[in-house]
Design a protein around this ligand. Structure first.
Ligand code: BES
Ligand code: ZN
Length: 459
């Protein structure tokens, strides 16, 4: 491995130029105007993978953005690992809050700034360079590898589940690795063994056929916006709990072992508050901030619309009002069941005189990987080698819905070996990743593939 690590270190200038090329594609999956850019990014990846010596590099058409796969299966008898990542990125607005343009990578204070550098292009790049260095140095890889890069993760992976089901042979593997999460803190690498699921709903309350004078009609005519506010307010009690009947029925309780392990991490709550400029937090009664963030389900209103929002005052009783609400779920909650419970809750509270419609947006199942699985242990050992620090275990409040499908459809466990940082500003202006993590990530990825065969054989 020494030669591989030396090679990675010697090529840093070239790596940075290549990463910058990848980051210049404005591959915003949710933006219909960027369809061609998303495809161009996929085509670029196919070209890179071909040049690096992978076989069966394919751009697969889907009903949405393309999926890229490639493989190297020249190690008969050795395990096969599936590498998953996404090359699509989140929108960039508000654009004026970026210090430098989002698709013009810029280096400042040891960090590279660009949309997607942490989520997730920079992280898949670490794996690509690690595999390239292993191949260049040894002429072969220690394991068989299948690569799966999608362009729709940030819009809920609408076409990936069916792709897994229809490409089981292509994707056949023994375990999976995903680098699309963050470390516990700078200098404290971590393996993430739990992800939350997601249930995203949009509700619309409709009343009178048109907007009304709020004096002539207000009072007896039920106001859709008042009703919407009441429905939203009813979602949580004063204790930080979700007040929907049955919501917690399927929640897997935190074990004492887990609670002790979380506590031992000494999570910096004042530091979090300072970094967000808030002077208090309100975790669920009976749980710490970290427990609530990582292992308890949550509910957030993401936005609402309705009535008069212009400058000044207009006296109006709006005809309709709507809102977007998300629930982050933990094992063993399922998005469909939660949507049913929430919808029933709202219908029970709905006054006569208005109607309610609920749209179910994309959803995802939560995931939990057993920490004693050999792929997880390999991730731990690889991070220690790559960053020179023993990693910790953590869970996560974010979601990567396809991880549950790897288990259900392909029958494999996934290790989440994240190289991002808590202040990488994913989904926000000024997304960034430290060079330390980019280069450490490459080393850790190389070690991961090197260490995997022995770990899987010993299992
Ligand atoms: N990389 C994130 C997941 C993530 C978020 C990991 C925060 C670690 C910390 C991923 O790209 C993402 O944003 N997922 C979406 C999923 C949704 C669109 C179904 C999310 O969590 O909102
Ligand atoms: Zn994301």
């Amino acid at each position: 491995m020494e030669a591989v690590i030396r090679r990675l270190a010697a090529e840093q200038d070239k790596q940075m130029r290549e990463l910058e090329t990848l980051l210049r594609f404005p591959s915003i999956s949710t933006d219909p105007e960027r369809v061609a850019h998303v495809r161009a990014c996929a085509e670029y990846l196919v070209g890179q993978l071909q040049a690096q010596g992978f076989s069966r590099t394919v751009l697969h058409e889907t009903a949405g953005h393309p999926i890229v796969t490639a493989e190297w299966r020249g190690a008969p008898g050795a395990p096969t690992v599936l590498l998953y990542g996404h090359y699509d990125v989140q929108p960039v607005d508000p654009l004026d809050l970026w210090a430098t343009p989002p698709f013009e990578p810029a280096l400042r204070d040891g960090r590279l700034f660009a949309r997607g550098v942490a989520d997730d292009k920079g992280q898949i790049f670490c794996h690509m360079k690690a595999l390239e260095a292993l191949l260049a140095e040894h002429g072969r890889l220690p394991v068989n590898v299948v690569l799966l890069f999608e362009g729709e993760e940030e819009i809920g992976s609408p076409n990936l589940d069916s792709f897994l089901r229809s490409h089981k042979e292509l994707l056949a593997c023994d375990c999976a690795v995903v680098s699309d999460t963050a470390m516990f803190a700078a200098g404290r690498p971590s393996i993430t063994y739990g992800l939350k699921g997601l249930c995203y709903l949009e509700l619309e309350v409709t009343g009178p056929s048109h907007d009304l004078h709020s004096g002539s009609f207000g009072g007896p005519v039920v106001n859709p916006l008042n009703t919407l506010a009441a429905l939203l307010a009813s979602l949580k009690d004063g204790q930080g709990r979700v007040a929907v009947a049955g919501f917690y029925d399927q929640v897997l309780p935190l074990t004492d072992v887990e609670r002790r392990a979380f506590a031992a991490l000494n999570f910096d709550v004042p530091g979090l508050m300072a970094s967000l400029s808030v002077d208090a937090l309100s975790p669920e009664a009976g749980y710490t901030v970290l427990e609530h963030l990582w292992a308890r389900p949550t509910c957030d209103v993401n936005g609402f619309m309705g009535g008069f929002t212009g400058t000044g005052a207009k006296t109006v009783l709006p005809s309709r009002a709507s809102a977007k609400v998300s629930f982050r779920l933990v094992p063993d909650q399922t998005p469909g069941e939660i949507a049913d419970l929430v919808e029933a809750h709202w219908r029970r509270l709905l006054p006569a005189g208005v109607t309610l419609s609920v749209t179910r947006h994309h959803s995802g199942k939560p995931a939990l990987t057993p920490i004693d699985h050999p792929v997880v242990k390999t991730g731990m050992a690889a991070l220690e080698q790559g960053f020179g620090v023993p990693p910790v275990y953590q869970r996560e409040g974010g979601s990567i819905p396809i991880v549950a499908a790897f288990d259900e459809v392909l029958g494999v466990k996934t290790v989440l070996m994240g190289f991002g940082l808590p202040d990488s500003r994913c989904h926000s202006p000024n997304e960034n990743l430290s060079l330390e993590n980019i280069f450490g990530g490459m080393r850790a990825a190389a070690w991961f593939y090197h260490l995997l065969p022995d770990a899987m054989a010993g299992a």
